[in-house]
Write a protein that binds this ligand. Structure first.
Ligand SMILES: [Cu+2]
Length: 137
């Protein structure tokens, strides 16, 4: 099976900004991701596939950037070991054809080759204990 890979000018990134992650939700293709610290404080950015660590990176310096790998498709929860409130989600797609919806729910996926395609959607929430329908848990 031939693996189709989108070409990127640079890897996607997750940044520690004002003690929050930016972005809080993103979809990437399996591969490299840059973990960045814009803040002048230590962040320990820790990614998990469920309970299993995907990466665990100490970033003590402002402007620091470390490239990590998320090669396994699935949902990765991003936490900061230094600041318990920091949370983000990265969905690692096993296909180059994906989109994150805009605030109005719209999305587009371009350059899809002809053939049979099966769609799949995932809902990601911004915080712990809040469901996507706003009811909370
Ligand atoms: Cu932090």
């Amino acid at each position: 099976m031939q693996r189709i890979v989108k070409s990127y000018r640079k890897p996607p990134e997750i940044d520690n900004v004002k003690c929050r992650f930016e972005p809080t939700v993103q979809v990437i293709q399996a591969g490299a991701i840059d973990v960045v610290n814009t803040d002048p404080v230590l962040h320990n950015t820790h990614g998990f596939y469920g309970k299993r660590t995907a990466f665990n990176l100490a970033l003590p310096n402002q402007g620091q950037r470390i490239t990590s790998q998320l090669d396994r498709p699935g949902l990765v929860r991003i936490e900061c070991d230094s600041h318990g409130w920091m949370l983000a989600w990265v969905y690692v797609a096993d296909s180059p054809y994906y989109a994150r919806t805009a605030k109005d729910g719209s999305f587009s996926i371009t350059d899809i080759p002809p053939g049979l395609h099966v769609g799949r959607d995932s809902k990601l929430c911004r915080g712990y204990r809040h469901s996507c329908d706003g009811k909370g848990e």
